[in-house]
Design a binder for this molecule. Structure first.
Ligand code: ADP
Ligand code: BMX
Ligand code: ZN
Length: 291
């Protein structure tokens, strides 16, 4: 059984053919279009999957946004160029003629990462620090998606009541400060207009403002992890997303978490599946759904 797995993020769209042993046979990636209109996402998805889907028997989507009954609803539409609603499963079924399922990207990644946890880990949280900040919660060995698909959306937990406005409508969310978009939005002077990747490159050269912007993200994430420990009693937090996986980021988060009282500390690690955690989690989710 070959799965066409897709990962729809605010910055990139990835697709892969995944076999029944969860091995990636072929993988493609293109940028996410920034447009309020669904046609742009439709065209990009079509370009992405057309070379792949003839070899698949079904599809599985990990996507940014709240995913319920195959439909994407943005909590922060700004992450998708203003797009707030998209019927993922309906569109991909019509395009490919295949049956398929969808779930949130960070929930999917949590599922993939949990497969490799030591037996003693029953409660785990996955956090992606990427275009936004997303999360997936495993409680007592099971992924929790919530009755409305919202469980784990920890990027919208309050970090600073005097912080920047988040695209979700709240003020001072973790996402508005710690995410790629949040880091870039706070840049001033010569860093103004750079994306987070370029700001990381500046920090590696020792640029003081870039170093401070990344430290602010890592400190915000550490505080979020302390809150999540209090809420879930998780034995492990796994960090993914291009920012979460960037050189030196996890060790900064570890540094700030170590400043919290012991009860709020938990073991941190990087996503073992790196940038493929969402794709593989979607394929796993589909396995459960179709067997
Ligand atoms: P998505 O949100 O689409 O899942 P990513 O996980 O790649 O995508 O996250 C995109 C964010 O990560 C952007 O803000 C981008 O600037 C930043 N980014 C991409 N590559 C790197 C890198 N090597 N180091 C630091 N930041 C990166
Ligand atoms: C946002 C939200 C989450 C998502 C998270 C990370 C939207 C469109 N997305 O908080 O559902 O999990 O971003 O998304 O409201 P990514 O694109 O950064 O991977
Ligand atoms: Zn928010």
């Amino acid at each position: 059984m070959i799965t066409l797995a897709m990962d729809i993020g605010g910055t990139k769209l990835a697709a892969a053919l995944v076999d029944s042993e969860l091995k990636i046979i072929e993988r493609r990636e293109i940028p996410t279009p920034a447009s309020k209109a669904p046609d742009a996402l439709e065209a990009a998805l079509s370009e992405l999957v057309t070379p792949l889907y003839p070899r698949a028997q079904h599809f599985a989507i990990a996507s940014t946004g709240i995913i319920q009954e195959g439909v994407l609803t943005s909590i922060n539409p700004a992450n998708l160029g203003g797009l707030s609603h998209f019927p993922l499963v309906k569109y991909l079924s019509a395009l490919t003629g295949l049956p398929g399922v969808a779930l949130n990207d960070a929930q999917a990644a949590a599922l993939a990462e949990y497969q490799h946890m030591p037996h003693a880990v029953r409660d785990m949280v996955f956090i992606t620090v990427s275009t936004g900040v997303g999360g997936g919660v495993v409680h007592n060995g099971k992924l929790v998606t919530g009755s409305g698909g919202l469980t784990g959306h920890c990027g919208h937990i309050l970090a600073d009541p005097n912080g920047p406005r988040c695209g979700c409508g709240r003020i001072g969310c973790v996402e508005a400060i710690a995410s790629g978009r949040g880091i870039a939005a706070a840049a001033e002077g010569e860093l103004c207009g750079l994306d987070a990747k370029a700001i990381f490159a500046q920090a590696a050269e020792g640029h003081a403002q870039a170093v401070a912007l990344i430290a602010r993200s890592a400190r915000t994430l550490a505080r979020l992890i302390a809150d999540l420990k209090a809420l879930t009693d998780c034995q492990r937090v796994v960090i993914g997303g291009s920012i979460g996986l960037a050189d030196g980021y996890l060790s900064q988060v570890q540094h700030y978490l170590a400043q919290e009282p012991g009860v709020y500390q938990t073991e941190l690690c990087s996503a073992r599946h790196r940038g493929d955690a969402g794709l593989l989690g979607a394929a796993l989710w589909a396995k459960g759904a179709w067997q």
